[in-house]
Design a protein around this ligand. Structure first.
Ligand SMILES: C[S@@+](CC[C@H](N)C(=O)[O-])C[C@H]1O[C@@H](n2cnc3c(N)ncnc32)[C@H](O)[C@@H]1O
Length: 341
């Protein structure tokens, strides 16, 4: 616990010492100028759209063709000023408080972006496609959700730091994917996860472990979890890769298969299937005979069994209260197992 607090304090100190986009959350997120005057909604949108601020080289290289050259943005700023967008106007605008920067308790980990090649590799490992919905817990400048959206998926990024949320929203507009991606200021520990088909993480080892029970129970079986640099303790990754200095991990959320199942064949014969499970590792027996080569990936269960009539391989899907033949797989479809209390 002490170590955790110290690490968190170090992380917060590191975050405060790294100024890439700090110091301007008011203009970016709160739509308040440096004199505390609120801008009109239109001007606020433009302010937050980053068009009026220098575009960091980092962003230009990340989102290349969509990034607007700095000189053009300065010209646009001048045009907007000339057209009456005066950040506060001539009258006294009501004061709008800017969203507060995260407290030391809220900021669990400092902002460090995942290098772009590593993001590409994480998305490849998750086999992302347009049917996916990715959630990045602690989304920083938004690069993971934006790159997911550039591959046609829908994505959500949550971050506790309003400056990061504003920055990510602006980057999504530059990348022209704002119709598929959403950024929200939210504590990642209260973000509902149920709808995700991919969860992306670049946190810290102990945060991964704190999240692990929720990943295993809230996410649907088959959901992919990708993490940059940090693993999940004794939940073995299903795949790992190294890209530059980044270590990348993939897990497929396993279905809960452990328990006793009554396996019924088409001819009415009944046998007892007993499954033990530790994350995706499964084993067990069928009528006392040990299962061979048992694997579980999401809902997909496979095992081989030596029966008196010969060796048989079962390719199955684990549902909530039943294990059924996998209709996509070749193999016998003449059986069904029901969960026993
Ligand atoms: C290491 S950065 C990762 C950024 C991004 N996911 C990436 O890989 O490029 C971690 C991010 O988590 C955010 N963060 C820290 N504590 C948080 C919390 N409790 N809830 C939501 N976001 C948080 C930080 O503001 C930071 O942007």
């Amino acid at each position: 616990m002490l170590v955790h607090r110290d690490r968190r304090r170090d992380a917060v100190r590191a975050a405060k010492a790294s100024p890439p986009l700090r110091g301007r959350p008011e203009a970016a997120a709160g739509f308040v100028d440096r004199f505390g005057r609120a801008s009109s909604p239109a001007c606020a949108a433009l302010l937050s759209s980053r068009l009026l601020r220098p575009i960091p080289i980092r962003l230009l290289s990340e989102f290349g063709p969509w990034a607007m050259p700095m000189r053009a943005s300065s010209l646009l700023a001048a045009l907007l000023l000339l057209s009456g967008c005066t950040f506060g106007g001539s009258g006294i605008a009501p004061f709008t408080p800017a969203p507060a920067a995260p407290s030391e308790d809220e900021l669990e980990v400092p902002y460090v972006p995942t290098p772009r090649p590593a993001v590409e590799a994480m998305l490849d490992m998750a086999a992302i496609d347009p049917s996916d919905y990715l959630i990045d817990l602690g989304s920083g400048d938004g690069r993971i959700p934006i790159m997911a959206a550039q591959r046609g998926a829908r994505a959500l990024g949550v971050d506790i730091d309003p400056a990061r949320v504003a920055e990510a929203g602006a980057a999504a507009r530059l990348a022209q994917v704002e119709n598929r991606v959403l950024f929200r200021r939210q504590d990642l520990f209260v973000t509902p996860l149920r709808d995700a088909t991919i969860v992306a993480l670049y946190l810290m080892p102990e945060l991964n472990l704190r999240l692990r029970p929720r990943l295993l129970t809230e996410l649907r079986p088959g959901t992919r979890v990708v993490s940059h640099n940090f693993d999940m303790g004794d939940w073995r990754p299903d795949a790992r890769r190294e890209v530059g200095n980044s270590r990348l991990f993939l897990w497929v959320v396993p279905a809960p298969a452990e328990g006793r199942w009554r396996l019924q064949m088409a001819d009415g014969r009944e046998t007892l299937l007993e499954l033990e499970q530790r994350f995706q590792d499964v084993g067990g027996s069928l009528d006392g005979r040990p299962l061979r080569d048992a694997t579980l990936s999401g809902r997909h269960l496979r095992f081989t069994i030596d029966l008196p009539e010969g060796t048989r391989t079962f390719l199955a899907l684990v549902e909530d209260a039943a294990i059924v033949p996998d209709p996509q797989a070749e193999g016998p479809q003449d059986w069904r197992a029901a969960r026993l209390p």
